[in-house]
Write a protein that binds this ligand. Structure first.
Ligand code: XUL
Ligand code: CO
Length: 445
């Protein structure tokens, strides 16, 4: 018996222009660069949005209409939502989901009681996973919602709160092992500060570094081998988040010797808030060998806060998929829809349509990116642009054969005219128009 009235979403191709009749681009078995589309695109449903989000904004109550709204007992509703989740995954043809501990079950008065509530829901999730073959991309712990985390979790200036955080993560890692999560995510919700006037920043960062090492030790102790991921985000909720962007997060990992333990989970909207493009963040992680997973969402460039919109920007999706393909795929990572429909898109149909649109956007981006790679469009441009380092003085510099003095001897009498001749136009307008042509011609069939 079906819980949702909506039908299973199927691949229909691009026969019509109006969206809503199925996937236009997401064709799971289609081969792209030697692998099935479904293998490149390990999509994941985010429990906190898809099952829990009421579509609130900073000024208004939730508008969401969901079939489980009339179940008033919190534990009963929590258990019922598990059935809805698994039917949703089936109908959307999504293989993975992701969750915070607190998304699943209400808290009790003590951590022991909270764990008991949570374990009841996990028992049901494990059963459903065995029945359906669906998998967990990652789980995580919310160390930011409850008032006890007012000044952070692992960076809280209060030892009891740090102890509580450790115990909470310990239980989450046990859950990660039970549900075989492919990754374990840490997003430092309130790990940051409001003012230096009352903050010992160094002590807080030393605490969280030690905390991460202890988390890894515990994972090793219980035999949990999933990949640890750290998710950068600036500004929200504290004015100074410690893991502001990919580069800052990588510097932190290296400073504390954690770069072999962690990779990064990168989110589109977080990139904009940090003043970067999404593809920039992915490139920074790729260059450091630390690209882990993607929280596939986007923001509104006119709004200054995190709105977690479902992806619909083909240009951005193409460039992010380009980085992913160049990295050889996401390994243990996937594309998690840390995204919610707009507040005015409050029906259950909208939730189906939003996921369909997000999956199609990344499927389309993957197709374009794969053609760009096949035709070496950007590779050729970049090879040519740096070619003066492939021989002569450039190659001598790269291989460490020349000193500053020798570089000076080489260049000191070269006239300005010759120097200008040694530079080349970047042809950016042509390049961007070429990229547009690849988008039009790959998707316009
Ligand atoms: C918050 C955010 C989180 C993390 C997991 O902006 O992205 O949902 O992905 O805690
Ligand atoms: Co996220």
């Amino acid at each position: 018996m079906s819980l949702f009235t909506q039908e299973k979403v199927k691949y229909v191709g691009t026969k019509g222009l109006k969206a809503g009749d199925g996937f236009h681009y997401y064709n799971p078995d289609e081969m792209i660069n030697g692998k099935k589309m479904s293998e490149w695109l390990k999509f994941s449903v985010a429990y906190w949005h898809t099952m829990d989000q009421r579509l609130v904004d900073p000024f208004g109550d939730g508008t969401a209409q969901r079939p489980w709204d009339n179940i008033t007992d919190p534990m009963e509703q929590a258990l019922a939502k598990v059935d809805y989740l698994f039917e949703f995954l089936d109908k959307m043809n999504v293989e993975y989901f992701a969750f915070h501990d607190r998304d699943l079950a209400p808290e009790g008065d003590t951590l022991r009681e909270t764990n008991e509530n949570l374990d009841k829901v996990i028992d049901k999730i494990v059963e459903k996973m065995q029945e359906t073959g669906k998998k967990v991309l990652w789980n995580t712990s919310s160390l930011f919602t409850n008032p006890r985390f007012v000044a952070g979790g692992a960076t809280a200036p209060f030892a009891d709160i740090l102890a509580y955080s450790a115990a909470q993560i310990k239980h989450s890692l046990e859950i990660a092992k039970r549900v075989n999560s492919e990754n374990y995510v840490f997003w430092g919700g309130r790990e940051g500060y409001e003012s230096l006037l009352n903050t010992d920043m160094k002590r807080e960062q030393e605490h969280i570094a030690k905390f991460f090492k202890m988390a890894k030790d515990y994972a090793n102790e219980i035999g949990y081998t999933g990949q640890f991921l750290l998710e950068p985000k600036p500004k929200e909720p504290t004015s100074h988040q410690y893991d502001t962007d990919a580069a800052t997060t990588i510097a932190f990992l290296k400073e504390y010797g954690l770069e072999d333990i962690f990779k990064l989970n990168l989110e589109g909207n977080h990139a904009y808030l940090a003043g970067h493009t999404y593809e920039h963040e992915v490139r920074v992680a790729r260059d450091a060998g630390l690209l882990g997973s993607l929280d596939a969402n986007m923001g509104d460039k006119l709004i200054g806060w995190d709105i977690d919109e479902f992806p619909n920007d083909i240009y951005e999706a193409t460039l992010v998929m380009y980085e992913m393909l160049k990295d050889g795929g996401l390994k243990t990572g996937g594309l998690n829809f840390d995204a919610k429909p707009r507040r005015q898109s409050f029906t259950m149909d909208d939730l189906f349509l939003a996921h369909t649109a997000g999956m199609d956007t990344y499927a389309a981006g993957l197709k374009v990116a794969s053609r760009l790679i096949e035709d070496k469009v950007l590779d050729d441009v970049i090879t040519d642009r740096y070619s003066s380092f492939d021989s002569g003085i450039g190659a001598d510099f790269e291989s460490g054969k020349v000193t500053f003095k020798e570089l000076e001897d080489y260049i000191i009498d070269i006239p300005q005219e010759k120097l200008i001749e040694s530079t080349k136009s970047g042809h950016l307008e042509q390049l961007k128009a070429t990229l547009n042509n690849y988008i039009f011609s790959t998707l316009g069939k």
